[in-house]
Unconditional design. Structure first.
Length: 220
């Protein structure tokens, strides 16, 4: 499902973000990526959804060499990858339902199909009753669950989350983490970066750590 082979990423200012990283994640797997700030966690995820390109080595997602994709073919791959960010990235002037449906509209789904997918997705993240609220009317935890709904409404087989609980209090962080685990139990491959050791310890899942651009196995 996801494979990095000898991946090195050097940014144009010569900062070495990843250094010879090898990683394999099976279909339906779950992986935590930990490591201090600046270690290269976000960079690794960006390589997976094609926001950045490896300087050396190969990045494969769904069997496709991401580094070789451009334009439409990259967009097509991205539709099969859900991404969740630490700062939610919601559109302030759109309601919860619109923030989530927006992804499907952009992909040309019919009104009927959008509705058909929207309701169960909002239910899954426990926000059906907030469908008509605006982001500013929600708590941080709720906003992140909207971000999560948006990431999964297109039913991607792979979900990437970059410090999704970074701005949340422990209770909300746990709630969001439980949703990730539920999605994983439905067969979605999930990769979560975090530096919250407490969460990582609670969820009994494989963990790798990045330090100075190198990957270390912490728990299998
Ligand atoms: N767009 C960029 N241009 C230059 N350097 C970058 C860029 N993005 C990240 N870096 C550098 O790459 C390293 C890894 O960053 P990042 O992947 O964001 O780490 P993390 O997510 O673990 O905090 C850091 O030294 C950071 O400064
Ligand atoms: Mg980061």
């Amino acid at each position: 499902m996801v494979e990095l082979r000898g991946v090195t990423k050097t940014y144009s200012n010569q900062s070495l973000a990843l250094d010879g990283v090898n990683l394999k994640i099976k279909r339906k797997g779950f992986l935590f990526i930990t490591g201090p700030s600046g270690a290269g966690k976000s960079t690794l995820l960006k390589l997976l959804y094609g926001e950045e390109r490896a300087s050396l080595g190969e990045v494969r997602v769904h069997g496709i060499d991401v580094g070789k994709l451009r334009g439409d073919r990259l967009s097509q791959l991205r539709r099969r990858i859900g991404v969740v960010f630490q700062d939610y990235k919601l559109i302030p002037r759109k309601t919860v339902a619109e923030n989530v449906a927006f992804v499907l509209w952009a992909q040309g789904y019919s009104h009927q199909e959008v509705q058909r997918r929207l309701t169960p997705t909002l239910k899954m993240v426990g926000l059906a009753h907030k469908a008509d609220c605006f982001p500013t009317q929600l708590s941080g935890g709720e906003q992140q669950r909207v971000g999560l709904a948006r990431a999964i409404v297109g039913m991607p087989p792979l979900l990437l989350a970059d410090e999704p609980t970074g701005n949340l209090d422990p209770d909300n962080a746990l709630q969001v983490m439980k949703i990730f685990q539920k999605l994983n139990s439905f067969g979605i491959t999930v990769i979560v970066t975090t530096h919250d050791d407490r969460l990582v310890r609670m969820a009994d899942r494989p963990v790798v750590q990045i330090r100075d651009g190198k990957l270390h196995q912490v728990r299998r």
